[in-house]
Design a protein around this ligand. Structure first.
Ligand code: FPP
Length: 264
């Protein structure tokens, strides 16, 4: 796991933009509230998801402009299959559309696309599209956009555990030699730094099975805005909030005037 300690600067709340030295390297986002956004307007839920894709496009642009290096978005959870078949089918359709329509443009802007989540039970055409999105952008060196699709943290941890168990049985790894790093490297997010900031929209305050290993020391910002209304100003507000947080990673305050032991 890579961590990026920051100290909170002495800044007044209410400023529009945080200093670049206090920006998160990696932002994870739970894009929640599409359905409620649509229902409140008398629209079908799918309209909320469509507007959600537009908000995602804007977020990628805004994050890139602000120098964010990694952006992980929760687009479909391993539990979302429990929704009505029509909504599932429409969400799959939106993913197909997004990959076909947007990946070339993202690639032209030097964005590298990576997908996390279980692949073996996806429709064949979606599996192929996801591979194509990754291979066609793999050499890009700008923002890395990580799309969590058919993703659940418990499922990811289970698959990682199976991988490590297979290595132990094969004699490639001794149980006594196992470290946190072995598990980190067996996750879908291998090679990525842990998120510094998690944003969840729609007012819900929970993780919903998202990146549970990787979020251990992540700063969290929960916003009342529904995802389709999330814009660059909302991102800047979250970045300013992040810049005021003191990160200690279970250690002592980096501010030597405060020598209180912090217990995480
Ligand atoms: C949560 O809102 C959102 C989702 C389950 C899907 C998020 C998907 C998108 C933003 C669009 C698809 C993304 C890609 C990459 C194509 P909700 O439906 O749970 O809202 P509710 O809680 O108000 O019902």
């Amino acid at each position: 796991m890579t961590s990026h300690p920051t100290t909170a600067p002495a800044m007044a709340h209410g400023e529009a933009q945080p200093s670049p030295s206090h920006l998160p390297i990696h932002i994870a986002v739970i894009m929640d509230g599409n359905g409620r956004w649509a229902t409140a307007r008398g629209l079908p839920r799918i309209e909320g998801h469509r507007r959600g894709v537009e908000a995602l496009r804007n977020l990628v642009r805004a994050a890139d402009t602000r120098g964010i290096r990694y952006l992980t978005v929760y687009s479909f959870s391993s539990e979302n299959w429990r929704r009505p078949a029509e909504e599932v089918s429409e969400l799959l359709g939106l993913l197909r559309f997004f990959i076909r329509q947007d990946v070339a443009d993202l690639s032209a802007r030097n964005v590298c696309v990576r997908i996390i989540g279980r692949r073996d039970d996806l429709p064949d055409d979606i599996g192929a599209l996801l591979r194509e999105a990754e291979t066609s952008t793999a050499q890009n060196t700008g923002l890395t956009l990580i799309i969590a699709f058919n993703y659940g943290a418990r499922d990811e941890l289970l698959r990682a555990t199976q991988t490590l168990a297979a290595r132990i049985i094969a004699g490639d790894l001794a149980i006594s030699d196992m470290t946190e790093q072995h598990l980190t490297d067996a996750l879908d997010t291998a090679g990525l730094p842990d998120p510094d900031l998690l944003i969840r929209t729609s007012g819900e305050v929970r993780l919903s099975n998202f990146l549970m290993w990787q979020l251990a020391y992540t700063e969290m910002v929960f916003l009342p805005v529904a995802w389709p209304d999330f814009d660059a100003d909302a991102l800047d507000g979250a970045l300013v909030e992040f810049s005021h947080r003191q990160r200690r990673f279970g250690g002592l305050s980096l501010d030597t005037s405060i020598q209180t032991k912090v217990t995480a």
